[in-house]
Design a protein around this ligand. Structure first.
Ligand code: HSE
Length: 308
C-alpha cells in the first residue's frame, strides 16, 4: 500500500574538495532541506517554504525537475506534490539544489515504494542539477543521497566512504551578490584544455584525498587539497580567495578550497588538534581584509538523506 505522505531530511554538501572537480563531495551534518512528498493524480507540483526561497515552477526547481525525471524515467503515470522547506541557502556552493533534488527523489521512492537503491537514485537526482548548473553533475547529489565522502564518476559509478572521524569542516560564506544560475557561470570560466603537468598534479592530489579519506590519514588528505586546474580559474570569482586561504592555513587548517562552485570557502581541519570556530573566524577575517562581509559556519561530515 502506497504511503499517504513521506517526509525526509536532505543534507547540504560540499563538492570538489579542490582537485576532485565533479567527482568528489562530502555530505554535511547541517544545514539541510526538509522534503515532503504526497500523491497527486498526475504531474509534479512544488511548494517552497522558508527560511530560503527558490522558484516553484518545475522547470526552475531542482526538486520538481528531479522528481519528474524519476517518474518519466520509470514510465510511471503517478503524480506527486512536493513541499520543500529550504534550510540550505541557495547559490552559495553548499549543494542547495542537490539537497532538494536528492530529498525529492528519495521521498518519491518511499512514497511509491519503488525498488531502487540510493546509488540508482543518483542519476535521477542529478537531473535536478541541470536547473542551476546547465549539466547534471553527480557529485553533490551523490553526497546528499549516500552521506559521508563520495566519489561519483560521470560514467555512473557512485562510491561511498566514511570520512575520518576527526575531520572538521569550517565554512566562510561571503555576503556577495551571486549571479542567477551561478554554477553555470562558474563553469563557463573553466579552461577547455589542461596542460599535462597540471593533469598529473591533479590526479596525484585527488588520489591522496581519496586515500586519506579511506585510511583516515589526515596528513595524506592535507597534501591532496591543492587544485591546479579549476580553482585558479575560479579564484577571481571569489573576492578574498587568497586572504581566506592564508588566514585559515595560519589558523591550523589542513587545507582550504572553494566549496563547490563557490563563493563559499571551506577549510578542512583536524577536530582533535584545532578549534573549528577559530579557523572559521580566521576565514571571516580573510574576507574582511578584502572588504567582504562573511558568515562563519562550523560542521562535520554527515549522513545522507534520512526518512523522518
Ligand atoms: N562540481 C560542481 C562544480 C559543483 O564545481 O561546478 C557545483 O555545485
Amino acid at each position: 500500500v502506497a504511503a499517504v505522505r513521506v517526509r525526509v531530511r536532505a543534507p547540504a554538501s560540499t563538492a570538489n574538495l579542490g582537485p576532485g572537480f565533479d567527482a568528489f563531495a562530502l555530505a554535511l551534518e547541517e544545514p539541510y532541506d526538509l522534503v515532503e512528498a504526497s500523491p497527486l493524480d498526475e504531474g509534479v507540483v512544488v511548494e517552497v517554504a522558508g527560511p530560503y526561497r527558490v522558484p516553484e515552477g518545475v522547470e526552475e526547481n531542482a526538486a520538481g525537475y528531479a522528481a519528474r525525471a524519476l517518474l518519466e524515467g520509470l514510465g510511471l503515470r503517478a503524480g506527486v506534490r512536493l513541499r520543500v522547506v529550504k534550510g540550505v541557502p541557495p547559490g552559495l556552493g553548499l549543494g542547495s539544489s542537490a539537497a532538494s533534488a536528492a530529498g525529492a527523489v528519495f521521498a518519491v521512492k518511499e512514497l511509491l515504494d519503488l525498488d531502487l537503491d540510493r546509488e540508482e537514485l543518483v542519476g535521477y537526482a542529478a537531473e535536478g542539477e541541470r536547473v542551476s548548473a546547465g549539466v547534471g553533475h553527480r557529485d553533490n547529489v551523490a553526497a546528499a543521497l549516500l552521506g559521508g565522502f563520495v566519489i561519483a564518476t560521470p560514467q555512473g559509478r557512485t562510491l561511498h566512504l566514511d570520512p575520518p572521524g576527526s575531520l572538521g569542516l569550517a565554512f566562510a560564506i561571503p555576503r556577495v551578490k551571486v549571479p542567477d544560475k551561478k554554477t553555470g557561470v562558474a563553469r563557463s570560466v573553466l579552461p577547455d584544455r589542461v596542460p599535462l603537468e597540471d593533469l598529473v598534479a591533479n590526479v596525484a592530489a585527488a588520489s591522496l584525498i581519496a586515500a586519506g579519506m579511506a585510511t583516515g590519514n589526515l596528513e595524506v588528505l592535507r597534501e591532496g587539497l591543492v587544485d591546479r586546474v579549476v580553482e585558479p580559474a575560479r579564484s577571481r570569482l571569489v573576492p578574498g580567495y587568497q586572504e581566506v586561504r592564508s588566514r585559515a592555513l595560519e589558523a591550523g587548517a589542513l587545507g582550504v578550497v572553494i566549496s563547490g562552485a563557490g563563493p563559499t570557502m571551506l577549510a578542512l581541519y583536524d577536530r582533535e588538534r584545532v578549534d573549528g570556530r577559530q579557523v572559521a573566524a580566521a576565514m571571516v577575517e580573510g574576507f574582511a581584509e578584502a572588504g567582504v562581509e562573511a558568515e562563519a559556519h562550523v560542521t562535520r561530515p554527515g549522513r545522507g538523506v534520512v526518512k523522518l
